[in-house]
Design a protein around this ligand. Structure first.
Ligand SMILES: [Zn+2]
Length: 285
């Protein structure tokens, strides 16, 4: 699996399976003949998307960023989203040398089910935190948004995925940008959903960004490639330009959560827009 070292942090990308979402919704106003070339649709017009997380190990912690869809979907939802369970979170963590019990912290970028579903699991008919020894972090603005969702986002916010964290007393709500650990900076972004948070980590002279649904796949590096799901496309375009300008100037890595093939890529400015200077596939050793 792709691994980066940044000072005292070691980064591993952590695969947690795939789901398929409507290609039109994923690409907003971009015509299908364009996106279908890079992200081919199946017979139900869905495209394949990874649910790739990031593990930061160092400073006495194992910090996971996002946790995939988890294992609570019934047969109907599994079919709607054409869920592929493999590789599983526990196996990917183990391959990175970290037992699930050893994860100390989980940062949730936002509470949409494909990012936070694994935050809870059903045990003996009850919902419990998906990792036994972790503390969990969400932006308060996103937590409040998830509990009073607008009609367009309602299907993405499922209380069974996160209310049990609060009940177990392991949830912490953050208010805006924070710097929780050495070299780690949380950046808020409001265009995809209210209170999304992205992570920047630096060390040893290099930096990496986990950009969640700001740039879900490699194709979304283009500024006008904005998901139809986003609540505010104009805000997404501003946030993307700001983050990509900074990352390109730093020659930083971007971790792509949803791209089915590319795990890491380095952005570069191209004719007033952005592209990739270098890509690392998910299968890289
Ligand atoms: Zn989302």
């Amino acid at each position: 699996m792709p691994t980066l070292r940044m000072g005292d942090w070691t980064l591993h990308t952590i695969e947690t399976g795939f789901l398929w979402l409507d290609g039109g919704s994923m690409f907003g106003s971009v015509p299908k003949p364009l996106w279908n070339r890079t992200n081919p649709a199946d017979e139900r017009n869905r495209i394949r998307l990874a649910m790739r997380c990031l593990l930061l190990s160092g400073h006495g912690r194992h910090v996971l960023v996002d946790i995939g869809v988890g294992g609570k979907f019934d047969a109907k939802l599994r079919d709607i989203y054409r869920l592929e369970d493999e590789p599983r979170l526990a196996d990917s963590l183990t391959a990175a040398g970290v037992a699930p019990e050893a994860v100390t912290d989980v940062v949730l970028t936002h509470l949409h089910f494909d990012h936070a579903g694994g935050a809870t699991a059903r045990r003996d008919g009850r919902l419990v935190p998906g990792l036994p020894n972790a503390r969990w972090y969400v932006q308060r603005r996103n937590w409040e948004n998830a509990h009073a969702p607008n009609p367009r986002e309602r299907a993405s916010y499922m209380p069974e995925n996160y209310d049990a964290l609060e009940e177990a007393g392991v949830l912490e709500l953050w208010d805006g940008p924070v710097r929780p650990w050495p070299g780690v900076e949380m950046i808020t972004a409001e265009g995809h959903t209210r209170g999304q948070q992205l992570l920047r980590v630096e060390g040893g002279g290099s930096a990496a960004y986990f950009v969640a649904d700001l740039i879900p796949t490699a194709a979304h590096v283009r500024i006008p490639y904005v998901m139809g799901y986003d609540v505010a496309a104009i805000e997404t375009m501003d946030e993307k330009r700001r983050l990509l300008s900074r990352a390109a100037a730093e020659k930083a890595w971007i971790v792509l959560e949803h791209d089915p093939e590319t795990a890491l890529a380095r952005p570069v400015e191209e004719h007033g827009d952005f592209g990739w200077a270098e890509r690392v596939p998910a299968s890289a050793a």
